[in-house]
Write a protein that binds this ligand. Sequence first.
Ligand SMILES: Nc1ncnc2c1ncn2[C@@H]1O[C@H](COP(=O)(O)OP(=O)(O)OP(=O)(O)O)[C@@H](O)[C@H]1O
Ligand SMILES: [Mg+2]
Length: 498
Amino acid sequence: MSSQSVNAALLSMEKAEKHFHGVHALKGVSIELRRGTVHAICGENGAGKSTLMKILMGVYTADSGSMRMKGQPVHFLSPRQALDAGIAIIEQELTPIPDMTVAENIFLGREPMLFGIFVNYAELNRQAREVLGRIKITLNPTRKMKTLSVAELQLVEIAKALSYNSEVLIMDEPTSALGEKETDVLFEIIASLKAQGKGIFYISHRMKEIFRIADVVTILRDGEYICTRPASELDTDSLVSLMISRKLEGQYVKENVPSDIPMLTVRGLARKKSHQPISLELRKGEILGIYGLVGAGRSEFLESLFGVARADGGEILVNGGPVTIRRPYDAIKNGLAFVTEDRKGSGLALILSVKDNTSLTSIRKFNKNPFINRRRESRDVKMAIDFFGIKTPSERQLVRNLSGGNQQKVVLGRWLLSNPGILLMDEPTRGIDVGAKREIYKFMSDFAGQGNGIILVSSELPEIMGMSDRILVFKNRALCGEVRRPDASEELLMRMAT
Ligand SMILES: Nc1ncnc2c1ncn2[C@@H]1O[C@H](COP(=O)(O)OP(=O)(O)OP(=O)(O)O)[C@@H](O)[C@H]1O
Ligand SMILES: [Mg+2]
């Protein structure tokens, strides 16, 4: 190797500028990735992290700026070119092709062939099994993507990125749908990639992860480059204050005390394929947490409860009266709302504008009197935008153009406008930055304080412990225990869940 290529950064970007219609997403950002390092990019929702990574990956072209790989100028016009040059990405927003199998998705465009014309499926599936094995998941490669859970989709995406054996790996929120166990496996892989001299850009809103694996941290704020520091010189407080200008103190904890009046009673609700019979009671003013590992049946239970999937036994009572929930419409009619973990699949119609999205579920409410309600709709949408600090140039912006975290806020705003009494939340702060998380926690606390109830499914222990009055633990698709808030500790919950 020449001395130049030894000293040169693996990948570097000089003064990247990027405008989208009405948004100055990157304002002259420079960054340098060294071999054998995990380089974290931190910043609030909408800071420009994904945009910067998409420029490196050839998804977007920068308005100006220059890029080098191992000292040589490069200019990628498509992700294909970046891949060929040795850069792979795990994207924040997953884009599976629903009708393809896991193996077809992983090797899309580079399937092993027979006689140059037929796809060699046996070989394809064998290779897919091998790549999946690297991240220690036993997922049948012939399964259709549309049958996978969000966590499984994310794992497939990781396997796919790894299968290119690239020198540079970009990971944009790779763990947002993963639990502790899968995250540990990913971190082992990252350690071994590092040891092989590869470079990794890592984006996450989970501070704990940044301090566990990052060597270097670059901070962006509002599209601007703030600084780059060794991770060892930072702690959570200093990092957060570099990311956001306002001050945050400590962890947010739910404020009010629940009553003992039952709001929602579930008796033996079962769905053979996905979970055992489950019984629980949610009280007025309560946040009931559900903790468990990925695949423990938590999301499936919420789906049965909301009528997304048909339960095959059990009773549901709302405010003491029995109700029948066969589809989401029945649930909404009975005052339930469901913030799903999969914002793309079920939470958001990505093509619609922020305004259409926030008012979608409350459309019937608005339709009663078209004249007044048009105005009221506008007012309510503005309220949701303000309330959650949704960063959008206008309420007419298409949702798919918002940053990942801001899309999640649109999902929340949309349900907030439907005036529910009972809120089911599945990983509600997925991809949400530290500042906005607090706003959501505050909202949850106030919402419960007004005599409503929340069931919160979360894989983040600090979140579940700070926000829940009681915590139910799921294991192997069944309810396996209950912990009251004063008795909860990370160790206890982890032990019960595994
Ligand atoms: N295709 C697009 N069209 C219009 N605006 C866009 C587009 N992509 C991103 N933006 C805007 O650029 C800004 C930066 O977005 P980006 O996705 O890079 O943020 P981020 O730092 O990744 O945030 P998050 O933590 O929420 O993922 C945001 O204001 C976003 O709305
Ligand atoms: Mg992003």
